[in-house]
Design a binder for this molecule. Sequence first.
Ligand SMILES: [Zn+2]
Length: 274
Amino acid sequence: MKSMRYVILRDDDTNALTPPECLDYLYRPFLERGMPVNLSVIPEVRTNVLQPDGQPEGFLMARTGKEAATVPIGENSRLISYLTANEGYHIVQHGCHHDYLEFERTDHDEVVRRLEHGAQRLLEAGLGRSRVFVAPYDRLSRDSLAAVAGRFEVVSTGWFELRGLPCAWWPQYAMRTLRQRPHWKAGQSFLLSHPGCLLSHRRPLETMLDAIRTTAESQSVTVLVTHWWEYFINNEPDKAFIDVLHQTADYLASESGIRVVTFEDLADGRVPLH
Ligand SMILES: [Zn+2]
């Protein structure tokens, strides 16, 4: 008998400038079928963040240039009403301002200040205190990782490597590597890796669903990462890419051996880690 497989859908970069219509267009087919969407939300977005090539970050697509330097998520009341009206959305804290490599910093006090400020912004907006953390660009210094793990029950990131870990975690990490497990636990935190952004406009559309299927069926828990703004490059819906996302919803809903769950399901023991 095949054992049950679990998929955690993680969409990054929702922020104060995100039009709720974009999220609804993408995720209505998931929400209508009772499949939860974990939204990794930027608590107080910096509105002039640039990519390494000098272009503004894609998640600022609705920027007019008249915004303040940072905008708390709670200032977009239309977005907050939309998120709170749809209980299928589960809010995850995504950094604080989403500065470039925001949590690769090593100054402990500033790391803690940003973690607490971000948490406060989500609370003020009525989105609650997140039990889950996702670092911008999936990058965390060793100091940041230690600080995050002390405050959040689940950390979702790309991968873990020994030199980026607090020394006290090395024995658990060695065990995890020996057993070839993508996810593990250190202290009180679940540490989840993911197989890269399988739903990305940088990948070929023709093979995307197959790659998702192969990955989801080959491991117990798969964190499936995507970014809402990648479906709206140049402020136009990319219909072919959105079709693949909706085909993914069809596949996940119809496959009896797969359940779509939340990070909290895992933290509460309703989903096995391995
Ligand atoms: Zn991000």
